[in-house]
Design a protein around this ligand. Structure first.
Ligand code: NAP
Length: 320
């Protein structure tokens, strides 16, 4: 009996040791990066010291416009890049007047061919670019099976990859050389929580966002010795045109709230949900995977997204 209780004690101590080790290794850094660091100290990176200009793609609306406003608030001059020249001019005037910073606009469609990058290069020649925000991205109209999506519009899948992946790699290739020469610069790439959790029925979108995470991570390792910081930001729902959420909430904040929170994580995290409720969502899903198994978590997400797909299809049928 005594032998039995001694064995139990030893096993208990080992289990406590493993839990304690995991808390020290994973939980404490998570709390520091997602809560304490950004809240107590704010970002340790002085963006306006990186260079005079910030370049932001997809900057006439949503998260991109919010990044543009925050960078202008820090005194940076802006190059705004989106599709519609009219919207670009309106946003450039609005932000320029409010923050007293110089702005330039470049209208390109990121679903287009390589010529658009020539136009961007020409429009930015000679500028001291210190910050690049690769924000532009497009998503499905509603969750859908891959083959149905392809059958409906194969060009759409091409456009999605062009806007979500090619834009990130080509914009980085355009602006990183200047940063490497100066040995300083910041690149912020907009990924998504869908790139780090199971996301069936949005498989091409979530695949492009997983690319953004991996590309950012490995590129950072390649170039951190050159003083370049690369951050992959992985929002959950934010109230923008893309999410079709009109009313901001705690879980789906306004783009302004989201971007303020995400910018505070610069210097603490190179891969981040950017906003505490979204970080908690990632945590819950990873916990569910660890405790109940990855297949269980995937099936639960599939059930949930299937219901969203059915509702969206019913709405579309009614509209037709
Ligand atoms: N909102 C969310 O819930 C959410 C969640 C996770 C990740 N994200 C990611 O965050 C980023 C921004 O999303 P958002 O919600 O802010 O999007 P949004 O509100 O739809 O705004 C998209 C911006 O990109 C521009 N744009 C769209 N297609 C373009 C194209 N083909 N060429 C050039 N510009 C284009 C739009 O301007 P014009 O239409 O005038 O061109 C607009 O300025 C995306 O990468 C998205 O994947 C968003």
């Amino acid at each position: 009996m005594e032998e039995y209780s001694r064995t139990l004690n030893i096993l208990g101590s080992i289990a406590m040791g493993i839990v304690g080790f995991q808390i020290c290794r994973k939980v404490l850094p998570w709390i520091y990066v997602n809560v304490l660091g950004p809240k107590l100290f704010g970002s340790s990176v002085n963006l306006s010291k990186m260079g005079e200009w910030a370049v932001i793609t997809g900057s006439t609306d949503g998260i991109g416009k919010a990044y543009a406003r925050e960078l202008a608030r820090k005194g940076m001059k802006l190059v705004l890049i989106s599709r519609s020249l009219e919207k670009l001019n309106t946003v450039a005037k609005e932000i320029g007047d409010e923050f007293g910073v110089e702005t330039r606009v470049i209208d390109v469609d990121f679903t287009g061919g390589l010529d658009i990058y020539k136009k961007i290069r020409e429009g930015t020649t000679g500028l001291d670019v210190g910050v690049l925000v690769n924000n532009v991205g497009i998503s499905y109209n509603h969750p859908e099976y891959f083959l149905d999506l392809y059958e409906a519009d194969p060009k759409f899948l091409h456009n999605l990859v062009a806007a979500n992946i090619h834009s990130v790699t080509h914009m980085t290739a355009l602006f990183m050389p200047g940063m490497v020469t100066k040995r300083k610069g910041v690149i912020i790439n907009l990924s998504s929580t869908s790139g780090v959790i199971p996301n069936p029925l949005l498989s091409v979108y979530s695949g492009t966002k997983a690319f953004v995470n991996k590309f950012s991570d490995d590129l950072y390792t390649e170039y951190k010795a050159y003083g370049i910081l690369i951050q992959s930001v992985q929002p959950g729902f934010v109230a923008t045109n893309m999410s079709k959420i009109r009313k901001p909430s705690w879980f789906a904040p306004s783009p302004e709230t989201y971007v303020k929170s995400a910018l505070a994580t610069l210097g603490f995290a190179t891969q981040t949900a950017g906003y505490l409720p979204h970080a908690l969502l990632q945590l819950v899903i990873h916990f569910t995977e660890a405790v109940f198994g990855e297949q269980f978590a995937r099936n639960e997400v599939l059930k949930n997204i299937s219901a969203t797909r059915k509702r969206a299809r019913r709405r579309l049928e009614k509209e037709q």
